[in-house]
Write a protein of this length. Sequence first.
Length: 186
Amino acid sequence: MGKPKGGGGDARQKLIDAAGRGFRVGGYGGIGVDGLAKEAGLTSGAFYAHFGSKADAFTVAVSEGMECLYRGVQSFQESHGEDWIGPFVEFYLGPRMDVALSDACALPTFTSDVSRSSGPTRTAYSEALKRIVELVAKGLRGRNREARAWQILSLLSGAAGMARAVADPAMRAAIIEAAKTAASAV
């Protein structure tokens, strides 16, 4: 398949980045093609030159977001060796919780919309999540590594989503601390 006319990969990447931000903030139903194009500084025509539909853009945004999480885990494993999980948990539930929702982790921000989406998006999400779980498990010591990887990712994603949703700073801190403790014990 050839490259679409009108800017090639740069325009496409702008649209992918804009879709990631737009879907994180407004959810799938909260932003349309015109809004995604505007967020990218492009026209709706440019959007359709790169994506057949909003659903196609969502699938790509989900895949790109999950790939970012994969690379983050990989980076912590490479830089911290066998003791990577503690620093990763601290980072994930520390500095990453302070970024704007538009830049938040794909796992907690996209999961509910993915569960209501079409087969291709769910398949892309599932495949990406499987790769992440395999990578996390590979970086763990001991037994039941895959089950423990699921536990860690579930704890982190759930805690991040809950902590972002509450208005009370003390409740947010309690959620984060409880999740840090639980993830460190896995």
